[in-house]
Design a protein around this ligand. Structure first.
Ligand code: CP
Length: 357
């Protein structure tokens, strides 16, 4: 026996056409609202003029706000049975990842598909890169196939900037060495704003391998624009010299750094980027810096915990905390799709005139 409504089958053509049109309209209206608010604030629509998204350092707070506001109606699309709107029909994007990825690559790909763009993933390890083709020739080859936008990840800092200078395609940086990972920081900020209601003046601790972390840098650039107090904490060997110049407070004691914070962003220990001897052992690291529910008692009662993934459970975060309601790790992944949909929409399809007229 069940008191649930019986499941009703709705003909596919009815599901697709009417509901898709309705949602497309409501999506446009809600994005229009975001644009109008931005215009009222006197924001220049720099995103329209901006060819590429390479980092948060160079972005204005208003541009960030527009992306976060646009991601709200995009997230609604993810809750629908039919997660598809025709907004980017006829546009083509390619993801080119010279480094491994699960979240970023897949979420860009599905974000493009949900907006009806044609999306292609270049599998770098089985591409002509393996035959020695240069980055420049690879980009040109992709460009002349007619793609509008490229999402690129590379182990060398500055690669996305180099690509952007050498192609007519729009370029999104999906992580360049230890420099920036702007879309990760945007989804982190969206997740924080969703839970806390505002990003203004929060106390945020970023814990772990700050030295190698592009996620840390993009979060620092983004959250600084909202007056947040940012504390970075980790072993001295994993802390860049002169990190204070970015306007953050440096800590080496996790317990002290956690006092009274609203948000903790736990970074992954990047085993693949560790030169030897930066810390004695993973056990030693875990003893000093692994975040657990017990340690978190020093933070505010409503503290939230983020982790960009993939996690090393039992190293930088306890398994029990990772699976608790305090950690929003799975929500971050969902929000990553919404934020990337917003970006693709703003960069490939959503002109101000189309929306505001
Ligand atoms: N957070 C992040 O960039 O994850 P992936 O490496 O799986 O894309």
């Amino acid at each position: 026996m069940t008191d649930r409504e019986p499941f009703k089958l709705v003909p596919r053509d009815r599901q697709g056409s009417n509901s898709s049109l309705r949602y497309e309209l409501s999506l446009l209206l809600r994005v229009r609202e975001a644009f109008l608010v931005a215009i009222e604030r006197g924001v220049e629509m720099k995103l329209e003029q901006r060819k590429d998204l390479l980092g948060l350092r160079e972005m204005s707070r208003e541009e960030i706000e527009l992306i976060l506001d646009t991601a709200i109606p995009m997230k609604d699309i993810l809750k629908r049975d039919i997660k598809k709107v025709p907004t980017l029909r006829g546009k083509a994007m390619v993801t080119v990842f010279y480094e491994n990825s699960t979240r970023t690559r897949t979420s860009f790909e599905i974000a493009g598909k949900y907006l009806s763009a044609d999306t292609v993933n270049l599998a770098v390890s089985t591409s002509s890169v393996a035959k020695g083709e240069s980055l420049r020739d690879t980009i040109k080859t992709i460009e002349v196939m007619g793609f509008d936008l490229m999402v690129i990840r590379h182990s060398m800092s500055g690669t996305a900037h180099y690509v952007a200078r050498n192609t007519k395609m729009r370029v999104i940086n999906a992580g360049d060495g230890a420099n920036e990972h702007p879309t990760q920081a945007l989804l982190d900020m969206f997740s924080i704003k969703e839970k806390k209601g505002s990003l203004e003046n929060l106390k945020v601790a970023i814990v772990g391998d700050i030295l190698h972390s592009r996620v840390a840098r993009s979060n620092i650039y983004g959250l600084s624009k909202y007056g947040c107090e940012i504390r970075v904490v980790g072993p001295a060997t994993l802390m860049p010299p002169e990190i204070e110049k970015l306007g953050v407070k440096r800590y080496h004691s996790l317990d002290r750094a956690l006092e009274g914070v609203d948000v903790v962003n736990v970074l992954r220990i990047q085993k693949e980027r560790q030169s030897t001897g930066l810390f004695p052992s993973l056990d030693e690291y875990a003893n000093l810096y692994m975040l657990s529910s017990e340690r978190l008692l020093r933070a505010k009662e409503d503290v939230m915990v983020l982790h960009p993934g993939p996690m090393n459970r039992g190293v930088e975060i306890s398994s029990e905390l990772a699976d608790s309601a305090t950690a929003v790790i799975n929500e971050q992944v969902t929000n990553g799709v919404a934020v990337r949909m917003a970006l693709l929409y703003l960069m490939m399809g959503g002109s101000k005139d189309e929306i505001t007229n």
